[in-house]
Design a protein around this ligand. Sequence first.
Ligand code: FDA
Length: 387
Amino acid sequence: MAAWDAIVVGAGAAGMMAAIEAGKRGRRVLVLDHSQRIGRKILISGGGRCNFTNIGARAENYLSANPHFAKSVLARYTPRDFIALVEKHRIAYHEKTLGQLFCDGSAQQIVTLLEREAAEAGVTIQADTAVQEVQHGDSFTLRTNRGDFHASALVIATGGLSIPKIGATGFGYDIARQFGLRVRDLRPGLVPLVFNPDDTKRWCDLTGLSTEVVAYAGKRSFREKLLITHRGISGPAVLQISSYWQPGSALRFDIAPGKKVLEALQASPSGRETTALRQALYAALPQRFADRWITTHPQQKWSNAALEASEQALHQWEIIPAGTEGYEKAEVTAGGVDTDDLDAKTMQARNVPGLFFIGEVVDVTGWLGGYNFQWAWASGAAAGRAL
Ligand code: FDA
């Protein structure tokens, strides 16, 4: 007989939730993690305050090859369910913006919540244990740096490739492939973008400047802040749109959303010169950005048609990024274990009874704003209830 009913690999958000739910149902659960501390990504999340959910989380807020897959799991463990847990542990929180809930204090409170719930549910957690290999016969055998472990069920909650320096590995994808599950192409998501060399020369000395934009990739758009960095662009609008960006393609930005910047100039036949143009741009954009815009987009003609073209340029700034800042800076990994190979209610592999994949390792990637943790809680709970 296997020593454990279930072993969860990965003591992050998803793995801890799965273990807690299974433990509450009387299952003997062991959680293994190769890090010294559990929940390291939770600790660095949300600027140290953990944006632990989004009250509006729905399947529409996620990228996946199957956009319907997340519906069932998200419906059966909602933001309300996690908020109830936060309130049970008397953790003060606030809504920052757009439904994003953060701890008033620190992200450590969320890790402590998970540790307490796990202890109450009788879950055993063993840190500093790297799972190196998995074998499957009547049960699952895990070979680790601390010996072998056996379990009837195995939950892979090892997350994605982002932030390797705090323990991210491709282990979950390797296990998926070993058991014949497909893995959708992986790429950094919610990641700053790097300018091409020309745009670097044009813009990067404005590092730190931020302005509200609407960022577009195809039909998808986000109205939030864009930030110029020393290598390219970041800020919430850019992070959001980066998940939809295809390398080599153009992104479009409306840098004066909802404004008719040159309306007054167009209405008046006199006074059409650079000083008036500068004043009009100052009213809509940060001054340094406006000055640079005039240099990079010199107004050659002052006809109505030329002014209209300039107005349009402000609403359709096109950039072809050279690339992304990669997994070192990405908040998530887009792509992952193919949802077609998983049961949408339990997260169990369709062809391998007892094997589950949850959290970021799965091809379900949330927007910025608490959606990724909500997916981790919900997919973890789904597996935990099925173990
Ligand atoms: P997670 O990566 O959390 O956990 C995986 C665990 O598996 C790790 O503990 C790792 O050590 C372990 N592991 C890996 N390989 C192993 C092996 N071979 N053996 C044993 N253990 C192994 N999301 C959000 O909703 N709100 C937010 O505020 C933020 N903020 C944020 C900031 C930053 C800087 C980053 C990088 C990310 C965010 N995110 C976020 C995203 C969020 O952190 C992420 O989606 C979840 O942590 C994913 O949870 P998982 O449990 O799936 O993986």
